[in-house]
Each structure stands twice: as C-alpha cells, then as structure tokens.
Design a protein around this ligand. Structure first.
Ligand code: S3P
Length: 448
C-alpha cells in the first residue's frame, strides 16, 4: 500500500547483554516468489512461514487482482489457488506495490507475456526507483511500457499478445531483473535464456525447478547461463519459507556490538547467494557459530549464534561479494563503526537505487552520530571507533527505508548516547516484529 501513515519517530537507548532466541520472520524474497509462482500454477499451493510484512501483503493482494485465490489460514499459513501460466486476468484497478521493488518488478515480469494491461504504482520511495532495467528486457518479449520520465512509476504495461522467447544478458547485478525475465519467459514459447555475469540470489531458479519447470543453470566464463523452457504446466507446491537472513542480520549484528550479548537465531536461510554478510563478519573477527546445518524446502538452513565481539577489525569487503550481501551493507556499516580501523566497501553502486540511496542515508546518519565516513559513486569507507566508541545522540532520517531505520536503532543500542530515527514505520515492510523481538532480547526502543 502506498498510503504510508504518519511518521513514527523512535529512539533506541544504549543497553548491555542482549540475550535469548530471536525468531525472525520468513524470507521476503522467497515469500514474494511463493505467492507469484503459486498464482501461476494450476491447483493449490500451500505456504508456511510466509513473511506477513507489508511488501508481501501487497504482492498477495496483487495476485488476487490478477485472478488467483489467496487465503490466509493463520500466522504465516497461506494458500494460493493459481490460474496457471498465461492465465492472469486483467486487473480492474491499479496495482499498488507500496514500498516493494521486488514485488513490482517480479509482477511486471509475470504479466508481461499475457495479453492484458496493468498499471502499477507505489509509495514515494518506489515511485523514484528505476524500472527501465525491467521494462527494457520485457520489450524484447513484445510487451510495451508507458511510465513517467526516467522510466519511473506509475507505469502501465501492455502485455505481449504473441510473446517471443528472449536471450538477455542482465547489465546490472540484479535478481529482480533476472527474475522478471524468467517469469516473463514462462509464457513465451521456446527457450528463454538469461545470462548474469555475477551470481545474484537464485530463489527464482530453485523455486521454478521445484514447481516443475524445465530450467538449467550453467556456469560459464561469461557467467551463469540460465535456460528456461516456456509454457510449462507448473505443479502446485508445499513451501516452507525459511527465516530471512537479511532480517536475522539485525539481531546478529546487535549481539556482536552490544557488550555481554549472546543471541541464537534459529532456522535462517543460508543460501550462498545470500550469506555474504556472515563471511564478512567472520573476517572482521565476529564470534559467529553455525549450528544444525540442514536443508529445508530446497534451501540450506542453520541456527546462527552470535556473541559480543569486542575486537572486530575493519576489512576491505571483496567487491565480488556485493551481490550476496547487497541488503546488508547498512547494518554492516554499523558494525564497522564499532570495529577498529577502516571498512572499505567497493562495487556497491546498486546501493544508491534501493528503497533509498543507502550510501547517502547511512553516511549522513553515521556522521551525525560522530563516525567518519567517506563516499563516492560506488564506494564508501567507514572508519571505526572501536567497541563502545560511537558517540551517538543524533536523529537520523530513514527516507522510507526499513533497513536504514533498523540499522540506526541497532547503532543506538551500542552507542554512548541514544540514537533516534525520524520514521520507523517502514520497518513493517519486512520485519513487523522487529521492535518487540529486540526488546525481548533486552533492547530499549521507545516512541520518540
Ligand atoms: C531482491 C533482490 C535485490 C534485493 C532486494 C530483494 C529479490 O534487489 O536488494 O531486497 O528478492 O530479488 P536487486 O535485484 O535490485 O539487486
């Protein structure tokens, strides 16, 4: 929903000893895909552990608007009665994807090869974000897009009546673009090929295979070559959504920087295309242990234990790791502020076109709290203050970005003075229970 309410100012106080079990919600990326592929299969897909954040609720509503029956049975327990590949009905109203780039881009792909027309909009953040990266490849299938200047929402897509399969090399590292092309390829006859130079999260590929599509992935010198055979009949699935590693990052990083902490996050997804943050933290000297490694619903899963790590050191994060931790740079910069020395993050231009310009948002807020940050178009460097060394005390602007809000609230837990955010409302898009969950561990967050 784009109707974001009045700003919710929040303040997070310094605390000691975060302790306990943090059961973070379901994975956002997997939740969107489960609803969309459920809607494109024939029969009933059952989902457990679905993230009930606003982003995913907006995708659920969109799937209803395209003709699927989407029912909530209980917390995280949903079913989708799909309409089959090519079976989407033309929506009778504007599709409002709220804050969600993943929602709008994947749904545009899923409808682009069906002979229907749909208009998409979002909130003030989403309506600033680039959509040409998706509509360019969708045009190759035969779809037409008309939006605002700069390829921005609101935007209308006229789906291709006679789609042709495409071969597309994704020019930016983006799982959303890759997934939009694959979902469009579902209703094109013949083989659609997507080539990505850098591996991005592969939930769409895994889930398409699980739903019975013919899909192959080959590692070549040019990158990952993904080949999908169009017009399959997708078989409904039972999907258990693992807990979101990108949400787990917040209690985990809080435990690393708040003295005396020991936190266990059970059952988090550890897909290698998502786990770059944890490797980076270990290189910095974080006390992290992975317990009970297992596979659930086609995704690797583990229990992750994080303990206070007073001697962490800044590192140079390998740029080729960026895609596997792209959503985690804001919270990494908070850990970096509490480490010794410089943490150098390069090859991260994509951070500038997320829910906010995440380099600018974090650099501004960290500086206001007494931390030195340098930044350029596709890099930034945080000079750490060491454990307990961040002065804090400032109010940070969150720019309708959930991860910026959560990052600064975590900063406040380990700073010398409380840290505030101007608006914590967007946290509900991905991690609606963030506040109560952190408070149960010992955090002190109040309405400011
Ligand atoms: C996502 C892909 C990433 C990520 C986003 C979720 C997805 O975006 O930042 O939070 O579920 O495919 P890009 O594809 O723009 O890198």
């Amino acid at each position: 929903m784009s109707g974001h309410g009045a700003p919710v100012a929040m303040k997070s106080h310094p605390v000691a000893g975060l302790k306990g079990i943090a059961e973070v919600p379901g994975d956002k990326s997997i939740s969107h895909r489960a609803l969309i592929l459920g809607a494109l299969s024939v029969g009933e897909t059952k989902i457990t552990g679905l993230l009930e954040g606003q982003d995913v609720l907006d995708t659920a509503q969109a799937m209803r608007d395209f003709g699927a029956e989407v029912i909530r049975h209980g917390p995280g327990a949903w079913s989708v009665h799909g309409v089959g590949v090519g079976g989407f009905a033309e929506p009778g109203r504007v599709i409002d994807c709220g804050n969600s780039g993943t929602g709008v881009r994947l749904i545009m792909g899923a409808m682009a090869t069906t002979p229907i027309t749909a208009t998409f909009t979002g909130d003030a953040s989403l309506n600033k974000r680039p959509m040409a990266r998706v509509t360019d490849p969708l045009a190759l299938f035969g779809a037409r897009a008309v939006g605002r200047s700069g390829g921005r929402l609101p935007m209308t897509i006229v789906g291709a009546a006679e789609p042709v399969p495409v071969r597309y090399a994704v020019p930016v590292p983006s799982a959303q673009v890759k997934s939009a092309v694959l979902l469009a390829g579902l209703n094109a006859p013949g083989r659609t090929v997507v080539i990505e130079r850098e591996a991005t999260r592969d939930h769409t590929e895994r889930m398409l295979a699980g739903f019975g599509a013919e899909i192959t992935v080959e590692d070549t010198p040019q990158g990952r070559v993904i080949t999908l055979t169009g017009q399959p009949e997708l078989q409904p699935q039972a999907i258990a959504v693992p807990r979101d590693p990108s949400s787990a990052a917040f209690p985990v990083c809080a435990a690393l920087i708040v003295p005396g902490s020991d936190v266990l996050v059970p059952g988090i997804g550890l897909n290698p295309t998502r786990a770059g943050l944890f490797t980076t933290l270990q290189e910095m000297g974080a006390d992290l242990t992975f317990e009970a490694l297992r596979e659930e619903g086609g995704e690797p899963v583990a229990d992750l234990r994080a303990r206070f790590s007073p001697a962490m050191k800044g590192i140079e994060v390998p740029p080729e790791r960026a895609a596997s931790m792209i959503d985690e740079y804001p919270i990494l910069s908070v850990v970096a502020a509490n480490a010794e020395g410089r943490t150098v993050m390069r090859g991260v231009k994509e951070l500038r076109v997320k829910e906010s310009d995440r380099i600018a948002a974090m650099a501004d807020g960290l500086r206001a709290n007494g931390v030195t940050v340098e930044d350029g178009p596709d890099w930034w460097i945080v000079t750490g203050k060491g454990a307990g060394g961040v002065p804090g005390g400032a109010v940070c602007a969150t720019h309708l970005d959930h991860r910026i809000a959560m990052s600064f609230l975590i900063l406040g837990m380990a700073a010398r003075a409380a840290v505030s955010v101007d608006d914590g409302g967007p946290i509900a898009t991905s991690f609606p229970i963030f506040g109560p969950l952190m408070e149960r561990l010992g955090a002190r967050i109040e309405a400011a």
